[in-house]
Write a protein that binds this ligand. Structure first.
Ligand SMILES: Cc1ncc(COP(=O)(O)O)c(C=O)c1O
Length: 340
């Protein structure tokens, strides 16, 4: 039985589901994680996560297939990225097997919240790792919590495959040149809230950040990576040490080359050379693939394929990616982990 939800009109928001997973790091080791119905954390007021941002998180989804089974998409990549984020902030690593097992437990325990096949909705999993315990100076914590909760979600950017407009952030950077941009840590997102608010107040879906050193190259969208398709059918996505290595982006680099036969490149995307692209998109677990209609940069508004229609290559990438995620198209080896 699935929950009685208006799946087609579901947005991207918090819903308290039935169970979440929680494990504790104390005295140098992880406790055996367990499921709980309690969605409130009780932590020390001195927790480093609260004062010094010593925390990181992940985002991945569970997908209902036509035969009723449930897929996770590349959860090992999320586990490894969380280890890199943990390394950056001096937190203990969660072993890959523990991470994947915890994801499976949470999905299984909340199976009624996994949308039916064909609705487009999914179950979003939010793993997080936080420094806790009594502390006051700027030090890494001695104790940590690793937890995963989940929420049923629909489209992140309203409209799904409808092209969306973005604003170049000239006033604010999301990350510093040698900062934490490549780690999925809360501080990057706290720093992005004001820029995102400015963009949304001007009716843009979000902002696009430029490289913090020269402000000449596109880095990424606030919650997704950027890609463009050149006039000679090359898939290009920015390479930078200060963007988050998107699992969706790396999947699209592979699919563009091996399934669509495009040339692919991780390279520089100069903001004054957007004419090189006939299509562009934002990609990520939450955003899936959101076509970019146009980009506003100061007084210039650049339209890619169209402000109302998705471009043909973007559409083919979307169909290939979502076909794999929902189990309709054969996945490259190791990309799908079944929850059974
Ligand atoms: C800043 C940022 N960039 C890119 C992404 C996309 O990454 P992924 O495809 O792994 O979800 C996300 C979302 O996780 C993000 O928050």
């Amino acid at each position: 039985m699935t929950k009685n939800i208006d799946w087609a009109n579901l947005g991207f928001g918090y819903t308290k589901t039935d169970y979440r997973y929680i494990a504790y790091w104390k005295n140098g080791e992880w406790s055996k994680g367990e499921l709980t119905q309690d969605n409130i954390l009780h932590i020390s007021e001195g927790s480093t996560a609260l004062h010094y941002g010593q925390q990181c998180f992940e985002g991945l989804k569970a997908y209902r297939c036509k035969d009723g089974s449930i897929n996770l998409f590349r959860p090992d990549e999320n586990a490894k990225r969380m280890q890199r984020s943990a390394d950056r902030l001096l937190m203990p690593r969660v072993p890959v097997e523990m991470f994947i097992d915890a994801c499976k437990q949470v999905v299984k325990a909340n199976e009624e919240w996994v949308a039916p096949y064909g609705t487009g909705a999914t179950l979003y999993l939010r793993p997080f790792l936080i420094g806790v315990g009594d502390n006051v100076g700027v030090n890494p914590a001695k104790e940590y919590i690793f937890s995963i909760f989940c929420c049923p979600v629909g489209a992140y950017f309203k409209g799904g495959l409808k092209p969306t407009n973005f604003l170049i952030s000239r006033e604010f950077d999301r990350a510093a040149p040698h900062g934490t941009g490549a780690a999925k840590v809360g501080g990057n997102y706290a720093a992005s809230l004001l820029a995102g608010k400015v963009a949304k107040e001007r009716n843009f879906a979000d902002c696009i950040y430029l490289d913090p050193a020269t402000h000449t190259k596109i880095e990424e969208v606030g919650s997704a990576n950027f890609f463009g398709i050149t006039h000679d059918d090359k898939f290009i996505t920015p390479f930078s040490p200060s963007i988050l290595g998107s699992i969706t982006k790396y999947s699209l680099l592979y699919l563009a080359e091996h399934r669509l036969g495009l040339k692919v490149e991780e390279g520089d995307v100069y903001v004054n050379q957007l004419d090189n692209f006939k299509e562009a998109g934002a990609c990520g677990t939450a955003a899936v693939i959101t076509p970019i209609g146009g980009i506003q940069d100061e007084d210039n508004f650049h339209v890619f394929y169209s402000e109302t229609e998705v471009g043909p290559i973007t559409k083919r990438l979307y169909d290939e990616l979502t076909g794999i995620q929902f189990g309709d198209i054969e996945a490259p080896a190791g990309w799908i982990v079944k929850v059974d």
